[in-house]
Structure formats: structure tokens, C-alpha cells
Design a protein around this ligand. Structure first.
Ligand SMILES: [Zn+2]
Length: 240
């Protein structure tokens, strides 16, 4: 069952923690996601995954972490990037706070996929739970076998505001997608991980002048549902 921590008084939270509920921490970013999607795409997706995971577990979703390092989108208005060490310290602090609240099981539901950020999330989880009595799980849907199931575009460039994220948004929050604009967008066929390996340090250098990659026009809510099913299954597997 899904519980929203922000809407609960502390005795209810304590009862849930004492009863063995999971604490879920949605993590995203505030960054440009093409001209057709809002800045909070990663947060919206992470929160939707939390809601769906809570169909299978007693889980308390905490307020999201909506700022992190997001250097690739930095050239675009609205993107707010913070230093990696600040992001890590913030996450460690929040995770320890959840543990000190009595939650023995914490899952970080991260959907900001910038590699340097995901590294920070893994490092923060390890640091927070070192020597602690609580466990922190970081499901990572980029990894095999899940990553390839999310499609070629996810693996090779479209995980930023392309078919993948746009479909998830059409399934989770269609009111936040500019449909007229989306349908007219030309595909940006760039191998984003490849461009990063070759030294691109932001989306402009990688060949994405409007902060999207892949093919948003090909997105659909049905594809979003298919993707959520895979992500949620992988998340539940990681939670054990
Ligand atoms: Zn994103």
C-alpha cells in the first residue's frame, strides 16, 4: 500500500516504520528535457515508480530530491546543477534521516540517468548505510538484463527526452506533455553514451541543440505502460 510521508503525522510514520514498511526516496533532477517536456520529468517518473512499487509492498514515499548534478543539460534555461559533493552530502543526510526514523529498508528510486549523478547515488547509499542498522537499495535499471529490455533507443541515446522518457510521461502525467510540439519534433539520432565517451560534456556538444535525443514523436502512453512494467519489475527484484 502507498503512503505519502509528506501528508502523514509522525505517529503514523512511526507505526509504518515499526511495521516494516519500506521508505521510498524518489530522486530526480531539475533540468531541460526537450521543448515538449517539463523540467521535472525525472521526478515525475520516479514518483510514479514509487506509486507502482507500493502496489506490491507497504511503502512510504518521502518528498523527492529534485536537485542534483546535471551538467549535461546545464546550457539550457531552467536547469539547476549543483556540485557532486553537495548532492552526495544531501543524499547521505536524507538517507540517514530515514534510517534514524526507524525504517530498516530504504529504496532510492532514481530516474535522473546522467552517469556522474547515478554514481553519486550509489556512493551515497553505500556511505549512508555503512555501519548502520538499516539497508539502502539502489535499483539500477540501466543494468542487464533490464536496460536492453527498455529498447535500443534507451541503450544508445534516447534515454533523454526521446521515446523512452516521453512515453513514460504520456503514461504518468500526459497533462505535462506538449502534444502539438511533440508530434512535430524531428528525431535526433545521436548515440549519446558514445558522444559522452568521445568527450562531449553537455547536450549541445553531443549534438542535441534542443535538449532531447531519440524520437519523441514515436512515443506513446502504451509504450510508457510497457516500460513502467519492466522498470517496476526490476525495482521489485532489486528490493528482494
Ligand atoms: Zn530525464
Amino acid at each position: 500500500m502507498h503512503h505519502l510521508a509528506a501528508h502523514l503525522p509522525w505517529p503514523r510514520v512511526k507505526a509504518l516504520a515499526d511495521g516494516g514498511a519500506w521508505a521510498l526516496l524518489p530522486v530526480g533532477s531539475t533540468e531541460a528535457h526537450g521543448p515538449h517536456l517539463p523540467l521535472n520529468v525525472d521526478v515525475v517518473i520516479a514518483q510514479e515508480v514509487c506509486r507502482r512499487v507500493a502496489r506490491h509492498h507497504d511503502a512510504v514515499e518521502f518528498p523527492p530530491v529534485a536537485y542534483s548534478l546535471t551538467d549535461f543539460a546545464a546550457p539550457f534555461a531552467g536547469t539547476v546543477t549543483i556540485p557532486a559533493e553537495t548532492a552526495k552530502a544531501m543524499l547521505v543526510g536524507v538517507l540517514r534521516g530515514l534510517g534514524q526514523s526507524g525504517f530498516g529498508r530504504i529504496a532510492v528510486i532514481n530516474h535522473h540517468l546522467e552517469p556522474a549523478h547515478f554514481k553519486v547515488v550509489h556512493a551515497a547509499a553505500a556511505e549512508a548505510q555503512a555501519g548502520a542498522s538499516f539497508r539502502v537499495v539502489v535499483p539500477d535499471h540501466r543494468r542487464k538484463p533490464t536496460g536492453p529490455q527498455l529498447g535500443d533507443e534507451f541503450m544508445h541515446g534516447g534515454s533523454h527526452a526521446g521515446t523512452y522518457e516521453t512515453s513514460l510521461m504520456l503514461a504518468a502525467a500526459p497533462q505535462l506533455v506538449d502534444e502539438a510540439l511533440r508530434r512535430g519534433l524531428a528525431p535526433v539520432a545521436v548515440d549519446l553514451p558514445g558522444a559522452i565517451k568521445q568527450g562531449a560534456t553537455n547536450f549541445l556538444e553531443a549534438g542535441g541543440p534542443a535538449a532531447y535525443f531519440g524520437d519523441p514523436a514515436a512515443a506513446s502512453a502504451a509504450e510508457g505502460e510497457r516500460l513502467f512494467d519492466i522498470i517496476v519489475r526490476a525495482t521489485l527484484d532489486a528490493m528482494g
